[in-house]
Write a protein that binds this ligand. Structure first.
Ligand SMILES: NC(=O)c1ccc[n+]([C@@H]2O[C@H](COP(=O)([O-])OP(=O)(O)OC[C@H]3O[C@@H](n4cnc5c(N)ncnc54)[C@H](O)[C@@H]3O)[C@@H](O)[C@H]2O)c1
Length: 327
């Protein structure tokens, strides 16, 4: 095994912190760099945390000078779709320009392996589902556009500079570590499962269903929820594959199964044993009716399959976290 250090940018955030734990479990040496704009110091317990912004060239130079970095995992980004529509500058600046900075530092220091947190938002409105990696990419909001742009930049850097990469297109990350030590804690919660669970803890008054007239079996939007530990495992597999000489590529990460908003509410009620107060609300602009992943390529290239295939198991980990959360 390569025993250089894996630099995890954005490793104090939700998905990054779970991946850091999986990397440490796999015996990797890890270093987190995070500006803590959204992340949590308490989420990083298994390795050193450098509090810095990737726009800060001096901080990046220091990291690459002082450590032998063999690969970079890049989780840092802003990820609120609505905010990206209202304030695209914030998103192009933090998601694209900062990534150019990070890639420049990698090139300067000869670091050739890069794993990028991309998104199903790069596909836009699906022409068919489940979505495979050959589906056209046509993002419908600035957030999705930033992810698409970085994918393009990374592919060009591969061709020109020999950067080896995996762009992992996550569908909807969900759940918490089963030991309850880490979980989801966003500044503004927009994700469905925590929003539902917070109605049980009293933090939310009610859960809104945005549109019940979609062309889906129960009229509500259908999404593909992938457990955060399954995402972490996929990163470990992607890293091993890349270091072993796998071809650079873009890979979907989802379960392949869709869960509607109504089904999710019922499943949460079943897990918790309480009724959630529900109100109907109008459709939100830009919400596709169905987003589900084909995960065949992930299995083929990474040998990866999700371990959490029952939505109730995913909810149970999230509910455990919600009741005992540490940050
Ligand atoms: N959560 C999802 O369902 C989902 C789905 C698809 C893609 N993604 C992508 O996965 C990545 C991780 O998502 P998450 O839910 O863990 O988000 P998160 O906000 O919890 O984590 C992002 C981390 O990056 C840090 N960060 C942001 N800008 C930074 C900067 N300029 N310099 C240093 N650190 C910075 C934040 O402090 C935070 O800790 C993001 O790139 C997101 O776009 C997430």
């Amino acid at each position: 095994m390569d025993n250089g250090t894996i630099l995890v940018v954005g490793g104090a955030g939700y998905i990054g912190s779970h991946t850091v734990r999986a990397l440490a479990d796999a015996g990797r040496r890890v270093l987190v760099l995070d500006n803590l704009s959204e992340g949590h110091r308490e989420a990083v317990t298994r390795c050193p945390l450098i509090t810095a912004d990737i726009h800060d060239c001096a901080a990046l130079n220091k990291v690459f000078t002082e450590h032998t970095i063999s690969a970079v995992m890049h989780f840092s980004a802003f990820a609120y779709v609505g905010e990206s529509v209202a304030n695209p500058q914030k998103y192009y600046h933090n998601n694209v320009s900062s990534t150019l900075n990070l890639l420049s530092a990698m090139l300067s220091y000869g670091v050739k392996y890069f794993i990028f947190s991309s998104s199903c938002a790069t596909y836009g409105n699906p022409q068919y589902t489940p979505i495979d990696e050959t589906h056209p990419q046509s993002p419908i909001n600035p957030y999705g556009a930033t992810k698409f742009m970085v994918e393009r930049i990374v592919a060009d850097y591969h061709n020109a500079y020999g950067l080896n990469y995996m762009c992992l297109r996550y569908f909807n990350a969900a759940g918490a570590h089963p030991d309850g030590a880490t979980g989801e804690s966003h500044r503004v919660e927009t994700h469905l499962i925590p929003l539902i669970l917070k109605t049980f803890t009293g933090e939310n008054q009610q859960i809104q269903i945005f549109g019940n007239d979609y062309d889906t079996p129960d009229g509500t939007c259908v999404r593909d929820y992938i457990h955060v530990c399954d995402l972490a495992d996929a990163h470990i597999a992607a890293l091993s594959a890349l270091l072993a000489g796998a071809e650079s590529c873009c890979v979907n990460l989802g379960t392949g199964k869709g869960v509607s908003v109504k089904k999710m509410i019922s499943a949460c009620e079943e897990v918790v044993g309480k009724k959630a107060p529900v109100v109907a609300a109008p459709r939100r602009a830009g919400d596709p009716s169905i987003l589900t992943a084909s995960n065949a390529l992930a299995f083929q290239t990474l040998g990866w399959k999700p371990r959490y295939t029952d939505i109730r198991e995913i909810i149970a980990t999230a509910w455990n976290w919600e009741q005992h959360r540490r940050y």
